[in-house]
Design a protein around this ligand. Sequence first.
Ligand code: NI
Length: 161
Amino acid sequence: MALRTIREQEDEILRKKSREVNVEDITLEKNQALIEDMLETMYRYNGVGLAAVQVGVLKQIIVIDVEDGNGPYIFINPKITKTKGEKECDEGCLSFPNEFGKVVRPTEVHVEFYDRNAKFTKLKAKDLLAQAISHEVDHLNGVLFTDKVIPGTLEYVEPKN
Ligand code: NI
């Protein structure tokens, strides 16, 4: 495994759309290594989720760990098929390491995706997991949380070191 560099702020790649992964390619070593590296990078920086575009790879791959005892979750080619509810959520993003704000997210998300073994899977997610899926799927479409932040709620927090 290897730590990858996180693309930040105004890096134009964050605005690009990620491409679907061919299902037969999911189990290839290069994609499995990418997933391992994304997990290592997410944990190293204490993130809840990370999209491949954030490490400079335009593939529809997301890793999430909300410490619910079932993670980490790996979503490949995720499609949100249904959402329910709305909630104002406190949110940040590893690509904006010092910024936090409130964003309206669904309280429940139904998602279809392939797992890292190329198995087609459906999941109903709630609360923090639903928020994280919504945030990370936005990344795959070039959408950032700062686009959706409720005006006046974005705060800059001084780096700790
Ligand atoms: Ni993010």
